[in-house]
Design a protein. Structure first.
Length: 269
């Protein structure tokens, strides 16, 4: 027994070192990728694509937009729309996904509508949203909400359907009620699917933002990019693209952190 313990300790130590080294390695690779991307961008701007601004020119333009307050106000306006649409979409998608996955009647009633609207791009809803809701904030948030909802509801539904039936049957044998099974077995087992759906929904929300801000917006990153397009202001367009990418990446990292904390019982590679 002593020999087994002695043999096991070095293996555990090596595994711990490997686990501790992974974040550093991933960060180093991320930095290498960013530097390589900037180098390629600079080469394309200087010797490749005519009119393409360099990273320094884009950084200078971003500094100007920050100094006059334009970029912070636009970023806050876009962030407010995305957060509101994403949160509303997720809050509605999760219970509907649970209903569809747990109750066959609810699935039969709701699934045709979900699958129908999934085939319609949220951008195609914009004309209808303008006619029915006007040109205020409501149609902008609604289009983003629809994109986030349709991505999250299917993932939640699939998570409930894919719960191992052995776990459910074992809980029933032990005398658990349907409510207990749902709360203690189905919800935890489907949480990874829900969080993945939320990440996909968040990407869809940011992807819909620029089109949503076509609806008579007066501020926002998408609005600023569309205005810059009229004057062939590529530097401002790049600033908007980078701002959207950075904000979306930060929000995605927060969801990924939550996913790791809530699903730390899963085996990971």
């Amino acid at each position: 027994m002593t020999q087994l313990t002695a043999v096991g300790k070095p293996s555990e130590a090596r595994a711990a070192r490997r686990g501790a080294g992974r974040p550093r390695r991933a960060l180093a690779l991320n930095l290498i990728a960013v530097v390589a991307g900037l180098v390629v961008w600079t080469l394309l701007a200087t010797v490749g694509v005519q009119g393409l601004p360099t990273p320094l020119e884009v950084a200078a333009r971003a500094g100007e937009l920050v100094a006059d307050g334009t970029l912070p106000l636009d970023a806050l306006a876009s962030l407010r729309r995305v957060l509101l649409g994403f949160l509303l979409g997720t809050l509605l998608a999760v219970p509907i996904g649970f209903l569809m996955g747990w109750y066959a009647t609810a699935r039969g009633l709701l699934e045709p509508y979900v699958q129908f609207f999934r085939t319609i791009p949220p951008l195609a809803i914009i004309p209808l949203a303008i006619v029915l809701m006007g040109i205020g904030e409501v149609p902008k948030v609604f289009v983003i909400f629809l994109a986030a909802f349709l991505s999250s509801v299917v993932s939640t539904f699939q998570g409930v359907v894919d719960v191992d039936r052995t776990l459910i049957n074992a809980a029933r044998v032990l005398g658990a009620s349907d409510r207990t099974i749902f709360a203690k077995v189905v919800v935890p087992a489907s949480t990874p699917f829900i969080l993945v759906g939320m990440r996909v929904g968040l990407g869809a929300a940011w992807g819909t933002l620029v089109a949503a801000e076509l609806i008579a917006a007066q501020e926002g990153l998408g609005f600023r990019m569309q205005q810059a397009q009229l004057y062939y202001d590529l530097s401002t367009i790049f600033v908007g693209l980078i701002a959207i990418g950075v904000l979306g990446l930060l929000m995605d990292r927060l969801l990924l952190f939550a996913e790791r904390r809530l699903t730390d019982w899963q085996e990971r590679r």
